[in-house]
Design a protein around this ligand. Sequence first.
Ligand SMILES: Cc1cc2nc3c(=O)[nH]c(=O)nc-3n(C[C@H](O)[C@H](O)[C@H](O)COP(=O)(O)O)c2cc1C
Ligand code: SF4
Length: 725
Amino acid sequence: MARDPRYDILFEPIKIGPKVARNRLWQAPHCMGGGAERPGFQAYHRALKAEGGWAVVGTEYTAIAPESEDMPRIAGRLWDQGDVRNYRLLTEKAHEHGALASVQLWYGGPFAGGQESRMVGVRKAVSHARAYLGVPVAGREMSKDEIREVQQYYVRAARLAREAGFDIVCLLCSTAIDITHQFLLPALNKRTDEYGGGLENRARFALETYEQVREAVGDDMAITVRLGVDTLEHPFGMGDLGIRVDGDGGAFMSLADHLIDMWDLVIGPLEWGEQAGPSRTHPINWAREIMLKARNYTHKPLANVGRLTDPNTMVEMLGSGQCDIIAAARPTISDPFLPKKIEEGRLEDIRECIGCNMCISKFEVGALPIVCTQNATVGEEYRRGWHPEKFTRASNADKDVLIVGAGPAGMECARILGERGMNRVHLVEAEDEIGGHVISVAGLPRLGEWGRVISYRKVQLDKLRNVEVITGRRLTKQDVLEYGAEIVIIATGSYWNPTGVHDVENQPIRGANATTQEHVLTPDQVFAGKDPGHSVVVFDTDGYFMGATLAERFAREGRTVTLVTPLAETAPYTEKTLEQPRLVRMLRQLGVAIRNYMTLSEVRPGSATLVDVWDDSGQAVDCDGVVLVTQRLPHEALFRDLRDDPVALEREDIEAVYRVGDCAVPSTIADAVFEGHRLAREIDSPNPAYPLPYIRERRLLDATEDDFKLDSPTIAIEPVALERT
Ligand SMILES: Cc1cc2nc3c(=O)[nH]c(=O)nc-3n(C[C@H](O)[C@H](O)[C@H](O)COP(=O)(O)O)c2cc1C
Ligand code: SF4
């Protein structure tokens, strides 16, 4: 289909300084675990977005000097010829697909750990500063010579960027993590010389830097600034210690406008969940009001982010003058082909980001390759050679496949097997709807967007003629044996442990059994309608979203809620997904009593016994019901029954039985989708149950390019068992 003319405006080219972007769709800088050290990973990931139609693709924040590296987080690095050599692959690949290539330059000051380089003594800050993030590093106030030195780092990096073939240098000035932003923020700039005090002084460092970079590369490269234009009010922002759009933020734009070619504006407090807003708390285009104000301070093109996956919203943003360019990080991760799909009139094929921030959590944990709940292929472009839109016909495509269970793993597995041309794929679900536990999760407060995991796959499965989805049919072992499929895949999901898990000893909780008791519940039972009563204790050792979100749901239902966890933090993994600050504050506002460092030692009708993990002191809490959010166990009986009966399998001509997703190992939705995808991609490999080797980008002595191919003997792993089930 052709593009709907409504969206033409998205495809108008735009001039950015000396460069022209082919359309208005711009990949915002984002980390993905590649940095400069894994050039293949870095280049192929960005190249795919270029192939998918984004006009500009580029790096994550990129350190411009050794003392600004950020291990264990993986940032880019651009300070030597080795970096230039490695980044050339990115720029070449981007250009091959008609995109411009950008690099985001960054000097972290006290917020760069420098833990790998150990160049502690030369780490510079605006003013004496301690670092954040729990890393015991700091920075010392720069002398004026050192100011010039750091400015020359920017110039050096910009020149190196040009040498590497980049078209755009994006100068980071946001989130208090870059030195230019640190100069701007009263919180971090305590200087009394001409670089501190009023805005003109606090802006001086950035303005001088922009001028110097312009002088070095101006006619050859575009210079853009990513500005955290508003650092918001307390409690999620910096208040008077930051900058506001209608104060110093906007005024800074006016001062710097003539020096740069484009503004890429974001919300910019240290708490970067305000910039990369999770769907739980931030509707799409949440910064609209601020961005409309920012418009008044510039004559240059403006780019805005905002979890922008919907072309109608994008058109409205451009049409209303909010911005000139749609910038996107997560939408490019969940669907690198979003622009192509708009162009081809295939909106229903867009795999929309669900705003879960699982991608960000991998960066926050440090050194992990990017993942995405919606897009299993992300991060696998180079090392596994996966393309999100291209599938090879399986060499065993003449086979029929039965998949039991249509949760995230089963749905994704069916989708990819369908794409790979299997003869017939039957996806059979016991419930009346497909989606598995994601149906319940998406029904939790403020998690509705997560339902896109299901809706995207429903649409895709409907399109595949060789895939049939059958609901409301619970298959027994005998049913499976007699089904007539040669390949069977069990994706029956998991269930919450009804007796709970008590702390690190992994022991059941005394007196608790949700299977037999009315006053003890699992999340599954809550979703099925079991009533926890008026006063509820939620015991959470899982540490991700379930415990805290159930607590929120109960509180919203008017119940009295105590959220108990032996962990130091409430829902600690949501700190990594940037959901925690607003989530915990909301729980407090809803009146949820939060008891950290407390474990649940015993449950009785009408009370729960909590024990302090540090001093073992106990206390009883009166409650009607206790909800155990502790451990998930695989629904594996069907798989085991089949696996353990090889004679019956052979008799029925069933060649293989696999299990995927939570039914193999309960994990995140992202992992379940990945597992389903991986099995389908490798269904014709020698042993599909075990993943094929992937390219390892490491230093390899006497290496040639052939060592970095998927068929290289250097990555082949000798199997330790000939047969697996
Ligand atoms: C995994 C991930 C890593 C990011 N890393 C960077 C970064 O290195 N530099 C930066 O300026 N912004 C970074 N961001 C923020 C994005 O550029 C963007 O501002 C934010 O995600 C909001 O845009 P979106 O809604 O399109 O995702 C990152 C975002 C994600 C999702
Ligand atoms: S992991 Fe979640 S937030 Fe990140 S891109 Fe994928 S769907 Fe969006």
